[in-house]
Design a protein around this ligand. Structure first.
Ligand SMILES: Nc1ncnc2c1ncn2[C@@H]1O[C@H](COP(=O)(O)OP(=O)(O)O)[C@@H](O)[C@H]1O
Ligand SMILES: [Mg+2]
Length: 281
């Protein structure tokens, strides 16, 4: 108030003598005399308990939604991997051994069966890829850093976009699963956007533990975009990528910043507080 001369919708938690708490929104102006000395404050104080409660409810709801989305993904991923892919593999082996010890089969039939077997192989790969995308199985086994490393490597190979991944100070952190999966999803969505929109050929990803924060930076050398302009039209267009990234960052009590200008690439920074797995949260 002293610095800017006014505050608008400043949120404060008021605690009275009995200890009961009220969230207030303060909008106020500082009035100065002719010499610039502050003489009085004019303003209003509004009880915003209801608004606060509604915000907390939305927050809790979003968290639950994202959790159940992850659970559902895990279920579908496991079904695809353990049932569909397994059965397709069994059929493929059946095809490959169908004519063993049967010299009288005409070459044309042999050719068609081996063609079907090849198509099956492609289906198996497609199912495995979808399953992998839905739920990175390595997260539990190899840990976050190694899983991201692998993901970036695969992404580079598949899309011809060079992805450099660096991490520092992460090895000894024990992150909870929520944090790990959200960091992974943030990278996944960023790389998807880069592939779809950026026209970049190089990406640098840094994941750094800098106590008390974890910092994730994703930078591409693509064509960039006018962030303010683009963000203001996202809702109408029902585009959810960037907004769901913001939600994820917020769920982890962090924040996300996008810096981009046309022709100058895009830089996304996400900062979250590090929570020790053991201390719970
Ligand atoms: N890395 C990027 N480079 C250039 N433009 C981007 C990048 N990431 C996002 N954008 C722009 O931001 C928009 C919103 O992204 P997003 O919310 O993920 O929606 P969608 O990917 O479905 O279009 C995109 O349509 C694109 O115009
Ligand atoms: Mg997107």
């Amino acid at each position: 108030l002293l610095k800017n001369g006014k505050v608008t919708d400043y949120e404060a938690l008021m605690i009275d003598k009995e200890g009961s708490q009220t969230y207030c929104s303060i909008t106020a102006k500082l009035v100065r005399d002719r010499h610039g000395n502050p003489v009085k404050i004019v303003g209003s104080l509004r009880n915003i308990n209801e608004r606060k409660r509604a915000e907390e409810q939305i927050h809790a709801l979003t968290r639950e939604l994202m959790k159940s989305q992850e659970n559902e993904r895990q279920r579908i991923s496991r079904d695809l991997h353990d049932n569909v892919a397994q059965e397709l593999s069994a059929v493929k082996i059946g095809f490959e051994t169908l004519f063993d010890h049967q010299p009288a089969i005409p070459p044309e039939i042999r050719r068609r069966v081996s063609e079907m077997s090849r198509t099956l192989q492609e289906s198996i790969k497609a199912v495995r890829d979808v399953s992998y995308d839905l739920r990175p199985p390595a997260l539990d086994e190899m840990g976050l850093v190694q899983t991201i490393f692998q993901y970036c490597h695969d992404f580079s190979e598949d899309n011809g976009i060079n992805v450099d991944f660096h991490s520092a100070g992460m090895k000894n952190l024990k992150l909870d699963f929520d944090t790990e999966i959200n960091l992974y999803r943030l990278i996944q969505e960023s790389l998807t956007n880069i592939k779809k929109h950026a026209g970049a050929d190089h990406v640098t990803i840094r994941l750094v533990a800098a106590f008390p924060n974890i910092i994730l930076r994703i930078e591409d050398n693509g064509k960039g975009f006018d962030v303010q302009k683009r963000l203001s039209t996202l809702s109408e267009e029902k585009r959810m990528g960037i907004r769901s990234m913001e939600q994820r960052a917020k769920l982890l009590q962090g924040k996300m910043e996008i810096q981009s200008k046309p022709m100058q690439g895009t830089k996304i920074s996400i900062t979250l507080p590090y929570k020790d797995n053991k201390s719970g949260s």
